[in-house]
Design a protein around this ligand. Structure first.
Ligand code: AMP
Length: 207
């Protein structure tokens, strides 16, 4: 079994981009609860219908739902993995501790103004979930995913109003996880405002 890593930080801090690089370079499987939930919404499943009401307002999907989803997913994985967007509450972190031993938690520090700037200019691939930024990380061909050729879209929760709501939810529910993991001695804080490569280098160094 390879590394078991959690990427922690507010929406737009670069978790998805770095998780993708860890997948490309180290073969760690990227597990994103956000991607799993968006897929369920697209497929119109019962889970998707329920999750959509929370996601549209920038709120959190109930703990028992995402814990069940992640537990099932992790049980199928033999290799190392990187969690992107889970856990988001102390209850989720405690549940995770019961079924897997996390080795490293990387916390990205980015200012709110920078997060809003990044999220409102973000474009995402609906098929392979790669994320782009219109200025910092544009695709080679306008509006088309470099990796799989699908048409990129703007997430409905990446509007300024919903982004502000998501940042508030982050501060209230997810921020306490920094102390939770710091106490366990597995937390690494990194400056999330450097270039994609600088940030990646600090992560690699830490692993
Ligand atoms: P993300 O793609 O990580 O930004 O997640 C998008 C949305 O999915 C969030 O705003 C939440 O509504 C929901 N979501 C994703 N992960 C979780 C989680 N671990 N716990 C609760 N809700 C989540």
């Amino acid at each position: 079994m390879g590394f078991r890593v959690v990427l922690l930080g507010p929406p737009g801090c670069g978790k998805g981009t770095q998780a993708e690089k860890l997948n490309d370079d180290l073969g760690l499987i990227r597990l994103s609860t956000g991607d799993m939930l968006r897929e369920a919404v697209r497929n119109g499943t019962e889970l998707g219908k329920m999750a959509k009401t929370y996601m549209d307002s920038g709120g959190l999907v109930p703990d028992d739902v995402v814990i069940g989803l992640m537990k099932e997913k992790i049980s199928t994985i033999k290799e190392g993995f990187v969690l992107d967007g889970f856990p988001r509450t102390v209850q989720q972190a405690e549940a995770l501790d019961e079924f897997v031993d996390i080795q490293h938690v990387i916390n990205f520090e980015v200012s709110d103004d920078e997060l809003v700037k990044r999220l409102t200019s973000r474009r995402s691939c609906p098929d392979c979930n790669v994320v782009y930024h219109m200025i910092y990380k544009p695709p080679m061909k306008d509006g088309i995913c470099d990796k799989c050729g699908a048409t990129l879209y703007q997430r409905s929760d990446d509007t300024e109003e919903t982004v502000r709501a998501r940042l508030k939810v982050y501060r209230e529910n997810t921020f306490p996880l920094i102390e939770y993991y710091d106490k366990k001695g597995i937390l690494l804080n990194i400056d999330g405002e450097g270039s994609i490569m600088e940030i990646y280098d600090s992560i690699e160094e830490a692993l």
